[in-house]
Design a binder for this molecule. Sequence first.
Ligand SMILES: [Zn+2]
Length: 253
Amino acid sequence: MHKTLRFGFSATVYLISASVLASAAEPVPAPKPLAVPGQKVSGDTVSIPAPKPMQGQNPEEAGSKSKEAKSCDLSGVDFESIPPVRGEFSGDAGCGIETPVRITGIERESSPVALKGSVTISCEFAKTFTQWLQSDVLPAAEKHFNGGIKSIATGPGYQCRRRNNQPDGKLSEHALGKAVDISGFSMLEGASVSVETDWGKDTPQGRFLKDIHKSACARFTTVLSPEGDEFHKSHLHVDIGCHGKTCTYLICQ
Ligand SMILES: [Zn+2]
């Protein structure tokens, strides 16, 4: 298949030095303001599956109400710091975020780029995630689509569950607020991008997805796409989980 050739870096596990990993996480310059588009804004056409209700999933319900929200330093991001999140299921402890933030958008001169439904993740992961959006994803969208991104369809971020929802799996990075799933984008010019239907295509949508997959692999420790496995046919998963004894393995699929 053509897409196998184009995504030749798939299914590759990279071993890199700690210094490389550290440099990949360093702050990047603030993004340039995006151009004000003159195009008519059409309705969103990208939909994402609603998060499955699960015990401990809702930050408001699971969070300890007695604890105060700790501040998180994010620039150019529409967000709020929320109290620590706790959750457990099936007798397991371990779900939760000590310093959670709820992100609703990325600031832009014209109008913010909305994260539909908002994303609850850890402050630590939010820095990496929003820098990727600001410095890589938004510019890539401008390259392929006039006016760039209007909104991003994501999962909820935090979910107290095991990997791939398998009953005997390890705790998912989502359960620690260190992962986000992205299923699609709505562009200001009216186009929509669906990971499920546009992945691997030689179209603006497909090339945009290829670009952001590549840039994601330079920032996150795990990037899973439809190339990866049957659980990621409909979305891109990015996380900053630890792989290997020294947390220096990268998974880019
Ligand atoms: Zn995921």
